[in-house]
Design a protein around this ligand. Structure first.
Ligand SMILES: NC(=O)c1ccc[n+]([C@@H]2O[C@H](COP(=O)([O-])OP(=O)(O)OC[C@H]3O[C@@H](n4cnc5c(N)ncnc54)[C@H](OP(=O)(O)O)[C@@H]3O)[C@@H](O)[C@H]2O)c1
Length: 290
């Protein structure tokens, strides 16, 4: 009997790459990983053709326009990739009866919350990237009943560009660093999220089917400045981190001040257990050192 096919976009990105690392441990599935040259999400017709060509059982969309600040000035492209293309992928999957899994962001929230955001809480993005992801969520849900949207936050990996790698590089070059202390959220190790996605697919295969919006991050809450201090400590880098305010570090795109998400729904539905963010960070730093 032929194996079920999982088609994955964004293979050069953090999450897509982590999935490539896990594929060998999931021999019950066939995987096809696509990068931008295989499938450009700014071309809707190619998306349709590509999905019809591969006829996957599961489609995991790890590709996205993720340049949060640049999205403010590159709005049409960000909208096409994060909103329009997400709807097209969901629709093409629906025609084949394929499950569509796509990733969204804590940046759909306005950041004025004081307790972890539940999946059904109102969204009100404060930047254009968040807006494109919000529309992408709506189009995916409207176009395919078998859609799973996983909102995540503060993603890092040993692969690609991210806060952890930037901090480690700067901490080797400088004695002190100023890092924003008044934005609160939860870091996510992309390896853990990739593992959770494959756990979900295994659960779906067993008939445990829950669709809609879920939240996933590592457990625990921090701010960027304390996150940086933990990186310094774990990587044994002797750099002083000064906490500064968001107003002292202006960026083209606004960031939500508070974006902690309540992750209980994904645990209840799929039995996923999130480890503490500091433990996950340790694994990533070990990976980077090796
Ligand atoms: N990073 C975070 O902190 C964070 C936080 C919350 C949510 N998320 C979401 O999590 C998901 C995974 O993020 P990530 O951190 O793994 O992203 P990433 O490392 O920035 O990777 C994104 C990937 O998307 C690809 N891509 C961009 N435009 C494309 C296009 N037009 N056609 C095809 N591929 C395109 C990029 O290709 P190239 O390699 O060719 O550029 C890249 O490989 C995304 O949906 C993101 O919005 C991320």
């Amino acid at each position: 009997m032929s194996k079920l096919l999982i088609l994955v976009t964004g293979k050069q990105g953090q999450l897509g790459w982590e999935l490539t690392q896990l594929a060998d441990g999931h021999q019950q599935f066939d995987f096809v990983f696509l990068d931008r040259t295989d499938l450009d999400l700014s071309d809707s017709q190619s998306i349709q053709k590509c999905i019809e060509q591969y006829r996957p059982a599961y489609f995991i969309n790890c590709a996205a326009y993720t340049a949060v600040d640049k999205a403010e000035t590159e709005q049409p492209l960000a909208y096409q990739v994060n909103a329009v293309a997400t709807g097209v992928m969901a629709n093409a999957c629906s025609k084949l009866g394929a499950t569509f899994i796509t990733i969204s962001t804590d940046y759909v929230f306005n950041g004025k919350g004081v307790k972890p955001y539940a999946t059904e809480d109102a969204t009100e993005p404060v930047n254009y990237y968040g807006y494109t992801k919000q529309v992408g969520e709506q189009l995916a849900l409207a176009n395919n009943p078998a859609t799973i949207i996983i909102r995540t936050s503060w993603v890092y990996s040993s692969h690609g560009n991210n806060f952890v790698k930037t901090m480690m590089r700067l901490m080797k070059e400088r004695d002190t660093l100023n890092v924003v202390a008044d934005q609160v959220g939860s870091p996510t190790y992309a390896r853990d999220l990739a593992t959770a996605i494959l756990q979900i697919i295994n659960q779906l295969e067993k008939g445990n089917k829950h669709y809609g919006i879920f939240h996933y991050s590592n457990a625990g809450v921090t701010n960027w400045s304390d996150f940086a201090r933990e990186i310094a400590q774990q990587a044994s880098l002797s750099c002083m981190v000064n906490g500064i305010t968001t107003t002292e570090y202006p960026t083209p795109a606004k960031r939500p001040a508070y974006s902690v998400m309540d992750t209980s729904k994904i645990s209840t539905a799929y039995g996923i257990v999130m480890r503490d963010w500091k433990e996950a960070l340790q694994e990533c730093i070990l990976q980077l050192k090796s």
